[in-house]
Structures are given as structure tokens and as C-alpha cells.
Design a protein around this ligand. Structure first.
Ligand SMILES: [Zn+2]
Length: 352
């Protein structure tokens, strides 16, 4: 969902973007690069941090891009021109989504270095890379159907999309080093604090550097779009929206002047304003859902127009369905809505 209050945020670099295969320095030893993505969301931001590990000078990479030849070619260009002849010493991944972990196996193999990631996201990436869990296939189609997506053409496509995750994450490193909430990493002479966030991925790690007043927010706080918060078929009764809102409320403890380095969009200041906007956005959506379900019992699919107010392609529809269920589950699990399984096999939610 686009941010109608984006003007409350400040972009200190204006419209400057790193050229493909090149970097922009944001602070001493902190570099920004962008890679393309094969989605409506057409880019991801990745970060290079000047580092030293075991007495060896080099770089830490944060997030990888999807596994495809174009992204690999851009990385090769970065290695040739942007690393001052130094090696990559480690690869940090904020969470298991394909645009973040896709090339982790290739990068760690190439540089013979370790992947650092939360344990939950590591294991899920390993599982998803080798199967279809939560990413499409029959169980996803059945889950969407139980929430009112009954259009047979869409369901057939979802059933057929079982290799979606492995196509962008063909492999995941066999070993990793575990990131956890509160862990402090020494990177380039600065301490970076791991902050766990929930609701977008099982155990998303953001990195905050108090010295430099920087937050690598991953997908937890984005300037222009709201973070996807979805219920998926492997955990159909989950309440990721409440988890997400609790997680971003914690971000209000960070200094207001923190420069946020998001995975999508441009580096911005205005962290507190952005968190307030997101809290308000979801409050409004929850109120809309309550109102609709008070008028008549509703399933997730019929709330898509209300929640998204635009035409969605299939990829967007699956994300949107997950988000719609997330809003319904939050209200249901808080006891504000009742859930009923009707004779047609569809869950409907109502206020009584
Ligand atoms: Zn993500």
C-alpha cells in the first residue's frame, strides 16, 4: 500500500541512486547498492560495510539479491570496482525471502565466508529451497480457497507455482552463524545491534548502529510501501499483524534522527513518523474490516477491494490474500470478530 504521507519523511540524498554495479557511500565505510528484481517491486537495496575479521580487512555484505545471472553480473562488477581490492568476509541476511537470501550460497561459496542469519529464517530457507512449503502448490491453493478465493483460474496457477521459491533461491548454504535479538556485532570498529522483528518473516533481523545513527531496517520499515504482513498456509491461525505492530512499536525506542536504510525505497530520516504512519494505516484497515464484518459476515477474498483499492495481478493477489487474512485473524484472535466455517468450506468473520 502506497504511503500518502511520504512527504513527512526526509530523503537526505535527494533523488541520488547508486548506478547499477556501483555504490554510494552513506557514512564512512557504509555503502549502498541496488539490484533489480523480477517483481512489481523492481529493486532491492543491499549494503556493504567495511569490516575486519580475525585481523583480515574486507567487507561485510548485508542482503544478496535474487539468484539470477543479471544480479550475479552486477555483483561481479561491484567486486571488481567497489571493494578496494579487499575480500568479502561475511554475508548477513536480514530474512529468508528470495530477494534477500537468493544469492547467499553463491556469495559465501565464492568468498569462502559465513552466512549470518537468524536460526528460524535459516532453517525455513533450507526447507523452502528444497520444497514448496508456504510458497505455492496445493496447500496454498486450498488455504486461499478456504478464505474465499474460488476463481479456478487463479487457483490453478497457484497450484502450479510450487517451484516459486527454489527458482529464486536454488540453494542455501549448509552452515550459518546465528543472529539473535540483542546480539552486538563488531563491524568496522562499530557496534551493530541485532533487533528481531516479527510478522513479515519468522525472525527478521534489523541492524542498528548507535555510533553512526544508522538502522538497516530490512523489510520491517519501508518509506513508500507498507511491509507485507501475511498469513500463509503452513500456519493458518497465525497473527502476524499483531506481531508486526508490536515489533515496529519497539522501533520508537531508537533515536528519532536515525537514518533508516530500508531494503526498498531510499534511505530516509523520520523513523518515528514512519512507524506512526504504519500504526495508523493498520488501525484504519482494521477499522474498515470491523465495519465490513459488522454489516455482514465476510471472507478474506471479498475484503481485497476494500483493503487494496486497486487492480491486483496474481502475484499481488496472493500477497493481498495473506494480508487480508492477517487483518481478520488479528481481530478474531483478539476476540473482536467471530469466525465460522460455512457449508461451502469458506471461513467467514462477523461481529456476532
Ligand atoms: Zn521480505
Amino acid at each position: 500500500m502506497a504511503n500518502s504521507r511520504e512527504s513527512e519523511l526526509h530523503y537526505p540524498l535527494g533523488d541520488a541512486l547508486p548506478a547499477p554495479g556501483a555504490t554510494l557511500e552513506l557514512a564512512p565505510g557504509v555503502r549502498w547498492l541496488r539490484m533489480g528484481l523480477p517483481f512489481a517491486l523492481d529493486h532491492i537495496n543491499l549494503w556493504l560495510l567495511r569490516d575486519e575479521i580475525d585481523g583480515q580487512a574486507g567487507w561485510t555484505i548485508v542482503d544478496c539479491g535474487v539468484a539470477n545471472p543479471a544480479t550475479q553480473a552486477l555483483w561481479e562488477q561491484v567486486f571488481a570496482t567497489e571493494l578496494a581490492g579487499l575480500p568479502v568476509l561475511r554475508v548477513i541476511v536480514t530474512h529468508f525471502h528470495p530477494d534477500h537470501i537468493g544469492l547467499a550460497a553463491w556469495l559465501t561459496e565464492k568468498w569462502q565466508c559465513r552466512l549470518w542469519i537468524s536460526a528460524t529464517d535459516f532453517h525455513l530457507a533450507r526447507l523452502a529451497s528444497g520444497s514448496t512449503v508456504g510458497m505455492g502448490g496445493h496447500s496454498a491453493a486450498a488455504f486461499f480457497a478456504s478464505h474465499g478465493l474460488v476463481d479456478e483460474e487463479s487457483l490453478a496457477k497457484i497450484r502450479g507455482r510450487s517451484s516459486y521459491y527454489p527458482s529464486m533461491v536454488p540453494s542455501v548454504p549448509a552452515s550459518f552463524r546465528r543472529l539473535m535479538n540483542g546480539l552486538q556485532l563488531q563491524i568496522g570498529g562499530h557496534s551493530w545491534h541485532c533487533i528481531t522483528g516479527y510478522g513479515h518473516a519468522p525472525e527478521h533481523i534489523s541492524l542498528h548502529c548507535p555510533d553512526l545513527s544508522l538502522l538497516i531496517s530490512g523489510d520491517m520499515v519501508l518509506p513508500r510501501i507498507s511491509t507485507n504482513v501475511s498469513v500463509v498456509d503452513v500456519e493458518p491461525e497465525a497473527d502476524p499483524l499483531t506481531l508486526y505492530l508490536d515489533s515496529i512499536r519497539q522501533m520508537l525506542m531508537l533515536p528519532a534522527d536515525t537514518l533508516v536504510l530500508p531494503a526498498h525505497g531510499k534511505p530516509f530520516s523520520g523513523l518515528h513518523a514512519r512507524v506512526d504512519q504504519l500504526l495508523e494505516h493498520h488501525d484504519e484497515r482494521l477499522a474498515d474490516v470491523m465495519q465490513a464484518c459488522a454489516a455482514k459476515p465476510c471472507h478474506a477474498a471479498e475484503l481485497l477491494d476494500l483493503l487494496f483499492k486497486r487492480k491486483l495481478d496474481l502475484h499481488q493477489t496472493t500477497f493481498a490474500m495473506g494480508e487480508s487474512v492477517a487483518h481478520l485473524n488479528a481481530l478474531w484472535l483478539q476476540g473482536r470478530l467471530q469466525r465460522r466455517l460455512d457449508a461451502d468450506g469458506i471461513y467467514r468473520f462477523s461481529t456476532n
